[in-house]
Design a protein around this ligand. Structure first.
Ligand code: ASP
Ligand code: MG
Length: 406
């Protein structure tokens, strides 16, 4: 007997037939003699609709009421799935965040999980009951409903799996696993059987949308075995596991891309100590995250250009902050560009191999693609290029690293 957490995303519970199909999948695990806990998202499109309603009512909405509204989608699916299971003769009961309770901090709209009390749930599971948990929501210190940020039900599921010491956390989604890159763009993309936590974390944070980044962090910290798979086909998915479990380590396992970035260049900034701090301080104060940074060497020793990226959503605010501080920063000109894409090649094998970045630069050069900014970490090389080249660059890199399916 194994203890399994099954999580079903919005497309898997998009309508009544699909909820019934999910119930059959849960029943199958139960019939196999496993202890099962289920976590559900809201029906596809529901959360977007709820968020939109809060915006229509009030632009400066109260985050507590935002949470009260957007958490409701998961309540519906938890109740419906419990009913569908009961209909199949499976003993099931819905659980809302506050009923568990799943405690979070007080950051409404983007709360972090602080603890899950599983005593009662374990008792019920031992009696053969299947808990159907509303994902995405918790209980804040103010005793009010919180939500975990968009895509947060992945994190609910992994956290519950950790708290229940589950043998596995199966995340059912609309793709049948984690691919070497986006298969909608690169037809030769391959599904990976396994990927390490570290690689999955980079893939998620560099733009692959398959899992919420926080859920991967949580899985890595608590060593939860996560499987990403589809609820529409009967195939094994991708296992996210410890590095030791992967014998054949690829130098590059995957290529992620993000169209979420925008580039800002400050032209002729004074080249003296303290300038970078003066620029990035006000941005940090405005809670604007800066990602990639390059500073050119100054030719005359006096002034230099500084280029960096922020998210597209923060671009207008970032420019405003920099313009407000122009007197202090003393740059000559500011240019902005939202038509960029960040492409990252990721792989734990990079740690022990040289020439990975070089191969990337050569492959892009051969296609005549200009690189605007480069950044690297231990298991990743990222470049910023013009957005128009997204497809071409992804395909070229996918071939260059030998990832193409035969
Ligand atoms: N329903 C929420 C969202 O759409 C949470 C989730 O699905 O993970 O963001
Ligand atoms: Mg999701």
């Amino acid at each position: 007997m194994a203890r399994i957490v099954q999580k079903f995303g919005g497309t898997s519970v998009a309508d009544i037939d699909r909820i019934k199909n999910v119930a059959l999948r849960v029943k199958r695990e139960v019939d196999a003699g496993n202890e099962v806990a289920v976590v559900v998202s809201a029906m596809a499109g529901t959360t977007n609709q709820l968020v939109d309603w809060t915006r229509q009512i009030s632009k400066l909405h109260d985050a507590r009421e935002y949470d009260a509204v957007v958490a409701s989608g998961e309540q519906v699916t938890a109740g419906l799935l419990a009913l569908a299971l009961q209909d199949l003769g499976v003993n099931a009961r819905s659980w809302l965040g506050w009923q568990i309770p799943l405690r979070t901090d007080g950051v409404h709209g983007k709360a972090r999980i602080e603890g899950i009390d599983t005593a009662l749930m374990r008792e019920r599971m031992a009696q053969g009951q299947v808990p159907v948990v509303a994902g995405f929501q918790g209980l804040g210190p103010d005793n009010r409903i919180t939500t975990l940020g968009r895509g947060g039900s992945d994190t609910s599921a992994v956290a519950l799996a950790a708290a229940l010491s589950a043998d596995r956390c199966d995340i059912f989604t609309d793709v049948d696993g984690v691919y070497t890159t986006d298969p909608r763009i690169v037809a030769k993309a391959r599904k990976l059987d396994k990927i390490t936590y570290e690689e999955m974390l980079e893939m998620a944070s560099q733009g692959a949308k398959v899992l919420q980044t926080r859920s991967v962090e949580m899985a890595m910290n608590h060593r939860v075995r996560v499987q990403v798979l589809s609820s529409f086909v009967d195939l094994p998915g991708t296992l996210v596991v410890d590095e030791e479990e992967i014998v054949e380590k690829e130098i590059v396992s995957g290529i992620a891309y993000s169209r979420d970035e925008a580039k800002i260049t400050l032209v002729r900034v004074a080249d003296r100590p303290g300038v970078a701090a003066a620029i990035f301080g006000p941005l940090a104060d405005a809670a604007i995250n800066v990602d990639m940074i390059v500073q050119n060497v100054s030719e005359d020793g006096k002034a230099t250009d500084l280029t960096f990226t922020v998210t597209k959503a923060d671009l207008d605010r970032a420019v405003k902050v920099l313009e407000e501080n122009r007197g202090l920063l003393g740059y000559e000109d500011l240019s902005r560009d939202a038509n960029v894409v960040k492409i990252s090649v990721i792989g734990v094998g990079m740690r022990s191999h040289a020439g990975v970045a070089q191969k990337m630069f050569r492959a892009l050069a051969e296609k005549g693609i200009n690189i605007m900014v480069i950044s690297t970490s231990e298991i990743k090389v990222s470049v910023l290029v013009a957005e128009d080249y997204t497809e071409l660059a992804l395909r070229a890199l996918h071939s260059a690293y030998g990832l193409d399916a035969a």
